[in-house]
Design a protein around this ligand. Structure first.
Ligand code: MN
Length: 501
């Protein structure tokens, strides 16, 4: 994936000077073993950064975590009792995502041999409660994970958090480019870019499409030839687009678009972008296949100037890095409303990432009803069947909201007259409840669709950002309760965020 960093998660163990140096040394060694054990199955490197036993050590360590460009988050565990007033100053300053692992070095109690030394050493049961009180007292956002550090379920919880922290770290200082503005008069794709930068740490800025055209036109024929060879390896190509075909020049231009946009994004260190069909002056085609290919390389993207979805897509791509599956820009397009078999057909006119394709994509060229440009080349495929989700980031005016719906993708019937990439899914818990909840929540028609990112990762990510996440899944059975949650959140987030939104 482009511009993917390899940050670390810093593991700290809390204790105090009450038990003697020998006991502290044992605590330090045990903490190192735990950190190494966690690291062995973590997608992000977990590093044991020390035993903290005084307010000075705690403050220095957490300030170092804040200022380190490598630190994506902090994991805390109290092996013994660590009086929490010692943590106030350090935690007050901590700006990195926080995970509280409530574990114990020994899995089983040694019933026959347990003595007061064992009791002294294995005190997480109350040490972590003291820590938890202070975290709650300070209203700190964190993830609490409970269980033995070798328990697969604990590792799964931790890995979801690690992936969210990775995505969060990736967004800090990230740049996103918009070619043109928002699609005229569309509301949900608009938003407050100043608020977004304050809350999420990324910057979105606009560029005239003419700046892009200059870079696209400067792409060399030889680099286009190289890219066409790659296309031949990876895709099935419609006869008219092949080298001997009558419309081969259109495929060459699509390759030019891909290389030009990529050159522009690389030169400006961008992690994502948006386009709009209302502003394509100087481009011969609306970028279709070019965008599909760039998404698969890890660039965030959304159409019609929708920068929030572009950013969300990048974050989801980082969360899903290395997992089986893919992530794409998506739009709820059209419905199948057969009783007992309600389905959503998701697509965009063109821009769906081949990372979710069930089979080898086919390159085709067809007219497009919008944009007023030459026929665009696109990859045609359908998405893999199986569990997936759609996520939407909306701007509520005083805050951001993440809406997530679990879905089940199916293999659609043949669609001989629909030459675009698409996904067809059933909504959970059911179509009517899911769509009503989504619409009550103000979820957008643009989403990030993924069959590898989980709702837990997104929930952890939302917590890191300090925004609400509304999950619509098999447990969402009461719209009355869902609407109540919306009303509570309006109040809670208004109070918790105060005037700084
Ligand atoms: Mn759209």
């Amino acid at each position: 994936m482009i511009a993917l960093g390899t940050p670390e998660l810093w593991f700290f163990c809390g204790s105090q000077h009450l038990y003697g140096l020998e006991a502290l040394e044992q605590v330090r060694q045990n903490a190192g073993v735990v950190a190494k054990g966690l690291n062995d199955s973590s997608p992000v490197q977990i590093v044991f950064k020390g035993l903290l036993t005084t307010p000075e050590e705690i403050t220095a360590a957490l300030l170092e975590a804040n200022s380190s460009a490598d630190c994506a988050g902090v994991i805390l565990w109290m092996h013994t009792f660590s009086p929490s007033k010692m943590w106030i100053r350090g935690l007050s300053n901590l700006k990195k995502p926080l995970c509280h692992l409530h574990t114990q070095f020994n899995r089983d109690l040694p019933w026959e041999s347990i003595d007061m030394d064992f009791m002294n050493l294995n005190q997480a049961a109350h040490g972590d409660r003291e820590a938890g009180f202070m975290h709650t007292r300070m209203r700190l956002e964190r993830k609490v994970i409970v269980g033995h550090w070798t328990d697969p379920e604990v590792l799964e919880r931790l890995n979801a958090w690690a992936r969210a922290a990775w995505a969060w770290h990736d967004l800090q200082g990230a740049r996103f480019a918009r070619f043109g503005d928002n699609m005229r008069n569309v509301a949900v794709t608009e938003g407050d870019k100043v608020s977004a930068e304050m809350r999420f740490g990324f910057a979105v800025n606009g560029f005239g499409v003419g700046d892009l055209v200059a870079v696209v036109n400067a792409v060399t024929d030889s680099s286009i030839n190289d890219l066409l060879e790659e296309y031949e390896q990876l895709y099935e190509i419609a006869p008219e687009l092949q080298k001997t075909g009558s419309r081969h020049d259109s495929l060459r231009y699509s390759a030019r678009l891909e290389l030009g946009i990529k050159n522009f994004l690389e030169a400006g260190h961008f992690k994502g972008f948006t386009t709009t069909f209302e502003d394509l002056h100087g481009l011969e085609q609306l970028p279709g296949m070019a965008v599909q290919r760039l998404m698969a390389q890890g660039y965030g993207f959304a159409g019609e100037g929708d920068w929030k979805t572009s950013v969300l897509l990048r974050a989801m791509q980082v969360m899903g890095q290395g997992l089986t599956g893919g992530t794409s820009f998506m739009e709820d397009y059209t419905y199948h409303l057969e009783p007992n078999n309600h389905l959503v057909l998701g697509a965009h006119m063109l821009e769906i990432s081949p990372s979710i394709a069930a089979d080898k994509p086919r390159l085709e060229i067809h007219p497009l009803g919008i944009g007023g440009k030459a026929d665009p080349v696109r990859m045609v495929f359908h998405a893999r069947a199986g569990h997936a989700l759609n996520a939407s980031l909306v701007d509520m005016g005083n805050r951001f909201r993440l809406v997530v719906n679990q879905v089940k993708s199916i293999t659609p019937p043949a669609l001989p007259k629909l030459p675009v990439a698409r996904a067809v899914w059933q909504c959970l818990p059911d179509f009517k409840t899911a769509c009503a909840a989504w619409i009550y929540a103000g979820g957008a028609h643009h989403t990030g669709y993924s069959d590898c990112v989980t709702a837990e990762m997104l929930e952890d990510f939302a917590a890191m950002a300090g925004i609400e996440m509304l999950l619509i899944d098999e447990k969402t059975t009461s719209l009355r309760e869902f609407k109540a949650e919306l009303r509570y959140n309006d109040l809670i987030y208004a109070i918790s965020q105060g005037l700084r939104a």
